[in-house]
Design a protein around this ligand. Structure first.
Ligand SMILES: NC(=O)c1ccc[n+]([C@@H]2O[C@H](COP(=O)([O-])OP(=O)(O)OC[C@H]3O[C@@H](n4cnc5c(N)ncnc54)[C@H](O)[C@@H]3O)[C@@H](O)[C@H]2O)c1
Ligand SMILES: N[C@@H](CCO)C(=O)O
Ligand code: NA
Length: 436
């Protein structure tokens, strides 16, 4: 049988990895797919660079629409990125009856509902393993491997750039800006690195996992998004002293009244495996009612790790190309007619535990006032760490770890404590998850 014909839109970091791995492992991949997979055409704005990657045997154009219009192309792989031209091209490819493979989490988190509906109507597949945690097969695990389970929660380190920054700051005492530059140099960061450091990239990925875990539409606009730019070195140190590490986590949870969907820095017990995931590595923990806790670990970014996921999708699409469109694995794991309308909860309804740091006057009775306000709010305390005032200073840090409470309740309690004359600076609050 003729190899399935693939058109690549964009041959940068990920696209070139796809080309090289497909070439290197061609025979093995064909044995798995049951059919050859051939990159027949490439579109990139930089035609000369693209041609130098693929050699003379592959046609390179600068207009992606020529790939979509080519009747010989069966699968279009979108590796341009962003919500702009990439969205138009993906919709046009679907409209032209092509299957689509993409690594573009931003696109799917924001426009996924429209894209999956169009693909469903047209009877084509949109595959996106590379969009979440790069090479880690987390989409496959959630959608297929864990399909027997009621998923209870998913929590992950799903942005390599920020995990790299936190690791380097902690281990080497380097400054944020220095480490960010290094992450960019190493190719981990997004084209616009604010997406990484402000938690947006992780929220894109958490949004996609949330949809698959709970059978809800993708709703990036409902996600709570906080990055690492406001984290202070003092909190990283105090967390360590209390037996925790601070990680930027993407979390989605099934709660009583709806679904939690949030990205923020989080204290995690240092003894958990995920707390020891360092550098640019990613890890996702999934809790299912039947399977219990499972952990997925690996490279969430980079040329060949991401290509590994793109090619897995190419193999899946190749295998399923001839299958009954109504009997394929559904895009969001649940049958389109069986999606749930459980709401994504506002952050005030999220239930979690907290680390609080208060800069307080070093005088008698402060601790009693603060703990009194927490007790009045019904928030119970897990641990307290009071620093000795530094020589010559009349201020000190008071660190409190709490048990679980509603975020709205905590907001009110923080406002009350902030009003105390002995609380001298804005209270630092970092959420905490035991993840067990
Ligand atoms: N780099 C990673 O580690 C990684 C990991 C997971 C997912 N992703 C996602 O994969 C996608 C690609 O990322 P990348 O790192 O390879 O980006 P990149 O910038 O290295 O490559 C993008 C390529 O697209 C080309 N391009 C831009 N506009 C084009 C257009 N209109 N028509 C044709 N080509 C065009 C560029 O010339 C470039 O070669 C993004 O959605 C990204 O979020 C990347
Ligand atoms: N910028 C992303 C790339 C992989 O999606 C990261 O740092 O994880
Ligand atoms: Na993946």
């Amino acid at each position: 049988m003729k190899p399935i014909q693939v058109g690549l839109l964009g041959i940068g970091t990920v696209g070139s990895g796809v080309f090289h791995v497909l070439k290197r492992n061609q025979a093995e991949i064909q044995r798995r797919a049951g059919r050859g997979i051939e990159i027949a055409m490439v579109a990139d704005l930089d035609v000369a660079r693209a041609q130098s990657i693929v050699g003379d045997g592959v046609r390179v154009v600068n207009d992606a629409r020529q790939v979509i219009a080519n009747p010989d192309i069966d699968i279009v792989v979108e590796l341009i990125g962003g919500y702009g031209i990439a969205k138009a091209l993906v919709m046009e490819a679907i409209d032209a009856g092509k299957h689509v493979v993409t690594a573009n989490k931003a696109l799917l988190a924001v426009h996924g509902t429209e894209i999956f509906a169009a693909a469903q109507a047209k009877g084509v597949m949109v595959a996106f393993e590379a969009a979440v945690a790069g090479g880690i097969p987390i989409i496959k695990a959630l959608r297929e491997g864990l399909t027997a389970n009621q998923i209870q929660w998913v929590a992950g380190i799903i942005n390599g750039t920020t995990n790299f920054i936190l690791s380097e700051m902690r281990d080497k005492g380097l400054d944020f800006d220095v480490v960010l530059k290094e992450a960019q140099r190493l190719g981990y960061a997004e084209a616009d690195p604010t997406f990484d450091i402000e938690g947006v990239d992780a929220a894109h990925k958490a949004t996609i996992m949330s949809a698959i875990a709970f059978g809800i539409p993708v709703q990036f606009d409902k996600a709570h998004v906080e990055g690492i730019t406001k984290l202070e070195a003092a909190d990283i140190r105090y967390a360590e002293q209390l037996g925790y590490r601070i990680k930027l986590l993407g979390i989605t949870k099934r709660a009583q009244e709806g679904i939690e969907l949030r990205v923020h820095p989080c204290l995690v017990p240092a003894k958990r495996l995920i707390a020891n995931v360092e550098g640019a590595m990613n890890a996702v923990v999934v809790q299912g009612d039947a399977v219990g806790t499972t952990l997925y670990y690996g490279k969430g970014a980079g040329s060949e790790p991401t290509a590994s996921a793109v090619i897995a999708d190419l193999v899946d699409v190749t295998r399923l190309h001839t299958a009954d469109p109504l009997n394929r694995v559904p895009h969001l794991a649940f049958q389109p007619a069986s999606m749930s309308d459980l709401p994504v909860l506002p952050m005030s309804e999220v239930v979690t535990s907290y680390y609080l740091r208060l800069r307080v006057a070093d005088e008698a009775g402060v601790l009693a006032k603060v703990t009194g306000l927490l007790a009045e709010a019904g928030i119970s305390i897990d641990a307290v760490l009071q620093r000795e005032a530094e020589e010559g200073s009349r201020q000190t840090d008071l660190i409190i770890l709490t048990h679980s409470t509603r975020e709205g309740t905590m907001n009110d309690a923080i406002a009350q404590m902030q009003g105390l004359p002995t609380v001298l600076a804005p209270i630092v609050r970092i959420r905490k998850e035991e993840l067990a």
